[in-house]
Ligand binder design. Sequence first.
Ligand code: FAD
Length: 555
Amino acid sequence: MGTLSATQRPALLQQLSSQPVDLLVIGGGATGAGIALDAASRGMSVALLEKNDFAFGTSSRSTKLIHGGLRYLKQLDIKVVHEVGQERATVHRLAPHLVVSEAMLLPLIQGGSYGKWATSFGLWMYDLLAGVSGSDRRKMLSRAATRQREPLLREDLLLGSGRYAEYRTDDARLTIENVKKAVEHGALAANYVKVNHFTYDAQGQINGVEAEDLFGGNALRVAARLVVNAAGPWVDELRKENQSLDNKRLFLSKGVHIVVPHERFPIQQSVYFDVADGRMIFAIPRGKITYIGTTDTEYSGNKERPRTNLEDVLYLLNATNYLFPSVKLTLEDVESSWAGLRPLIYEEGKSASEISRKDEIFVSRSGLVSIAGGKLTGYRKMAEKVVNFAAKRLQAATGKRFKPCQTRSIPLVDGQLTSAQAVAVYRSNLQAELAKFNFDEYNASNLVHLYGAQSGEILQRFQQGGDWSETGLVLAELDFCLENEMVHKAVDFFIRRSGRLYFDVHSVKKYAPAAIEHMAARLGWSEQHAREELSLLWQELEWVTNFPTEPVSAI
Ligand code: FAD
């Protein structure tokens, strides 16, 4: 059985190199984590290797929607709309605290992408394909009703709106919960382990990988019957290493989101709105902030560090100010941002926003199985496809039989939270507990959205910790992550476990020193190591809050 405690790393690495596994997955994003869970729950022995932190790549930098993809309907990608639409309901059922229903407003404006009838029909079709029922079904609203719902919308161009159902999530937490569940089912998962090369048997078939422990540089050989490349934007690098890069290639498109305080852009629900260039973007309220995105531009720069530049920020600010003119957002309002890379499959003659988001499996002659394209929303289904393929291959090679896909009925977090109603009750109970220590509603909502029923364990750690201030609560959360979520660096916690760098950037500045001191004590860091961690965190802060004017590829 694996572990995700940061303190158990040496034993885990030892275990990884001591036994061959059925399936080795490269890449700890949503796709790789989903594959690891699917395979482990069917009875395969599984290793999952991630070169940075889990969800370091695209899976912490998306729009964070589990959606049916209205834009795909516009592109007539009916099959994608249908598949991901159905899948939304499944993922919501598996993690109702983390995949939360969100009403989306689609304003109709003069000269916009959609007319009234086309929108009404499109949203009706969308509901049909996605299996939406009851009060979640689309509603067309008059101009007056739209203004009532969203008074910030510009009046002179407004014709009305459509309201439809979406789900919002936290991509990085969805990924880490999949990793944790995979480990519960016996997978061995390690972050900060980079796969450098493949190893081959006498017939030229892949039989494992040579990897490197990025803390200390030790080489690691992991033997595997089958290797899956789920490296997102890095898929082609591994295909190149395997000498199997052919005409089908990735096309990387950069997408940026900016974050402003909610009080500066106090929309009452999420809005999906037109931009003058014919694209559409989202504005999504989340706790203390509203985030706006995304851009969609071809990218060939540094994959480790896609960065928000000034042009991206101005594009999103201008688009917002055009449709919400009273808000008058300026550069000074932008308090954080993130930039991600869509690992799309290249299509001749198509621009970034025209390329389909379909997923595809490539199998090389030496047996490397690569999965590319796709969406966060479809991660479970993509995993099912890959593992179906792997099960057949493994059965043919070894005679071993595996169970059919189980993930449709594996809740991502154990506990009593099986519905949105149960989540609401749990949240108000937690709120009552935290109110005893003078915390406001935000803390309970935030914890429950991120950790679900695991918030109880965080509360327990907080109560036993003796420091009943907000610092004490942050340290209890950190402690939980150190013990259960393989947090090795301060940035792991502040970016991909708690989301604070994006959604509560002021709290990073406030609590970073205490958090790093706590980590130093728990993980045995030297003073020098602790100082380096702090400066790494300040560097990340600088990256998300300062916007260069030059093209990012030149940095
Ligand atoms: P990644 O998350 O990038 O994971 C790949 C991992 O592989 C990385 O963590 C990387 O470090 C690791 N890796 C690479 N090479 C190696 C190696 N040699 N050894 C070990 N590890 C390695 N989808 C939705 O459904 N809803 C949305 O709202 C949405 N919005 C989006 C907005 C933007 C701006 C972008 C960019 C994408 C969006 N998507 C959305 C798409 C979705 O985010 C991606 O499809 C999904 O996150 C891809 O996950 P992945 O696991 O395939 O890739």
